[in-house]
Ligand binder design. Structure first.
Ligand SMILES: Nc1ncnc2c1ncn2[C@@H]1O[C@H](COP(=O)(O)OP(=O)(O)OP(=O)(O)O)[C@@H](O)[C@H]1O
Length: 599
């Protein structure tokens, strides 16, 4: 450990006046807490920094100097159970940012539990039971990962503040002076968690609240809506199976004929293309196979959107220009097409899109009405029986995925730029969700390869609008424009696709923070981050280049907290995009402020 930390810890133990000091106790300036294994201290084996201090039943009698304690920056566990430590918990405890377990049970701590304990955003277990704490319990609802709050046998007063009871595994405030109604905890905690508070009322205690006290909100409706959701999901799945069977029969009948129709002279049929998904080879002509029957009306079928800079673009222009297959994704293949000198387009050939021509055209018109500077506009579209094409401007600076994972020229992607990218995407997504909520159109496939960088290296969300919405679903959403919170299964589906975007955005945040690849649709990265955070090694997740650049750890941890909220396995528990945008903008403002004060 560093000398400064060692000194602080020696000071800390001095103020706690331990009685049982033997030769193996350590805790002095002539030894090291990690290499010389001070009593009760565990260290991180790689970084050689103090992670745990456990001094239970040591007859400690003094006070806890939080300033000294938190000099040990990587401290995650402090356990001083069953001693005689007194005085208040100083508010400097909030500097122990990586603290996950704080066990202070069975001491003589008194006064308030400081309000800024809520800044310990990594805290999982807090045990202050069997002390002399008084006054109100601070609001700790900001600590999203809190699993235990044990505060029985104190003198705490006032009402029970907000907690996420569905997340808590342990909760006990029995034998205090708390008053007022108990929040809705039925099903999570029983009477023993609340007994011994004369003025507490409502379930699970047997004394009902007086009529004037508003009863705690009931959760029955949510449960029944969940039940209905499951029932409707069942119908939906069954319907889907029937639809697939019909579609397969229909395709078997019709597809061979359609596929065998002549391919326009000079146009390469995609089925003969053996290139892997990322061929850089130029083809003389484009690969979009239109049938000879359609080629005549090709030019009239390409709709160049009014707002596009590409006036006068013809379908022939696309066909006759050299095209390069850039990649094949979930939604189809993407070609780079150089139409004219200085004009390069990206043409997306959409595969298997279960949308009628009319719906497709409607969708394109709608997308043309909703514009945001960080959402890639559609230049043109083409629609025939066999083919659906979308035309975008080609972005030479590539995607966020490439910048993070494939950048070979050591391109610097510093913390400031990463937070700017995160804030811009969040704001753009918030705008799109707001505008297209009633249409039920979320992105549906948000990932770092769909975030492109324009010539100023500003992010562009690409492929917004490709998500398929069933028409009856559309209808139901339009007829109830307000919110998605009702039991209609199709609305629930659209609502959940918006929540899928939140998940996708959370994974992008994880990529920005860790610099690591997602793999397997995000599962590996999210699992890894969860496991590291669970093991209380939060600082280990961050991209090493950010650490060596000296990026502010507190703000990185704050952004990580946002990401973890977004990737919550339960869609309902994820925040909405407005909440996400607000959280990220406030982190960005902090960052901007700190830059101003530095210069
Ligand atoms: N307008 C564009 N300009 C430059 N590159 C683009 C453009 N649009 C997409 N790309 C890049 O082309 C590659 C292939 O894109 P494509 O959208 O087909 O696949 P994907 O994003 O990997 O998958 P998906 O089909 O699921 O979106 C990706 O690397 C993507 O970043």
């Amino acid at each position: 450990e560093e000398e400064e930390v060692k000194l602080a810890l020696v000071q800390l133990i001095g103020e706690l006046s331990p009685m049982k000091i033997g030769p193996s106790f350590g805790w002095n300036m002539s030894s090291d807490p990690c290499t010389d294994k001070w009593h009760g201290v565990s260290c991180d084996s790689k970084l050689q920094s103090v992670r745990k201090i456990v001094l239970d039943r040591f007859n400690l009698t003094g006070v806890l100097n939080a300033t000294s304690l938190c000099k040990a920056k990587s401290l995650s566990v402090l356990s001083l159970n069953d001693n005689n430590v007194g005085g208040e918990i100083q508010q400097e405890i909030s500097n122990c940012r990586y603290l996950t377990h704080l066990y202070l049970s069975g001491n003589r701590f008194s006064g308030n539990l400081p309000a800024n304990i809520s800044q310990l955003s990594n805290l999982k277990r807090l045990d202050i039971s069997n002390n002399d704490f008084s006054n109100q319990i601070p609001d700790m609802s900001r600590i999203s990962g809190l699993l235990s709050f044990l505060a029985q046998n104190n003198h705490l007063s006032g009402e029970i503040p907000k907690f996420d009871f569905s997340n808590l595994q342990e909760f006990n405030v029995s034998n205090n002076n708390l008053s007022g109604p108990i929040p809705h905890v039925v099903g999570h905690f029983n009477e023993s968690s609340f007994s011994g508070n004369l003025e507490l009322c409502g379930q699970p205690l047997s004394n009902p609240c007086p009529m004037l006290t508003p009863p705690p909100p009931k959760k029955e409706s949510k449960r029944s809506s969940k039940k209905e959701f499951l029932i409707y999901s069942g119908f939906f799945v069954a319907g889907l199976i029937v639809a697939v069977i019909i579609a397969v029969k229909f395709l078997k009948k019709n597809l061979p004929k359609g596929e065998k129709t002549n391919v326009k002279k000079g146009v390469v049929d995609s089925r003969t293309d053996k290139s892997s998904g990322t061929s850089s080879e130029f083809k003389n002509r484009s690969e979009y196979s239109i049938t000879s029957g359609e080629s005549g009306k090709g030019s009239s079928s390409l709709v160049v959107l009014a707002s596009a800079v590409m006036n006068g673009l013809k379908f022939e222009d696309l066909l006759q220009s050299p095209a390069e297959l850039v990649g094949r994704g979930k939604n189809g293949s993407l070609y780079k097409v150089i139409v004219d000198e200085g004009v390069t387009l990206a043409v997306k050939r959409i595969k298997d899109w279960g949308m009628t021509r009319v719906d497709f055209e409607k969708r394109m018109e709608r997308m043309d009405q909703v514009k945001h500077p960080n959402v890639m506009p559609i230049v043109a579209y083409y629609c025939s029986k066999q083919e659906k094409l979308l035309v975008y401007e080609f972005q030479h600076n590539g995607s966020l995925f490439q910048l993070l994972h494939e950048s070979q020229n050591g391109q610097l992607f510093d913390w400031g730029s990463r937070i700017n990218v995160a804030a811009s995407i969040a704001q753009a997504l918030a705008f799109m969700h707001e505008e297209l909520r009633d249409d039920g159109i979320a992105h549906g496939n948000l990932k770092s390869s769909n975030i492109l960088l324009n010539k100023d290296m500003d992010p562009y969300i690409s492929e917004y609008g490709l998500m398929v919405v069933e028409s009856h679903q559309n209808q139901s959403i339009l007829s109830q424009s307000d919110s998605f919170k009702n039991n209609n299964p199709s609305k629930t589906r659209a609502y959940s696709t918006f929540k899928v975007d939140i998940y996708g955005f959370g994974v992008i945040l994880l990529e920005l923070l860790t610099g690591k690849l997602v793999q397997n649709s995000g599962i590996d990265l999210t699992r890894w981050v969860h496991s590291v955070v669970k093991e209380e090694w939060t600082a280990e997740v961050f991209d090493k280049t950010l650490i060596s650049e000296g990026a502010n750890e507190e703000r990185m941890v704050n952004l990580l907290q946002v990401a973890l909220k977004c990737i919550n396995p339960s869609p309902d528990a994820r925040p909405n995009i407005n909440q996400v945008a607000i959280m990220i903008i406030s982190i960005k403002e902090e960052e901007d402020k700190s830059l101003c004060s530095e210069t």
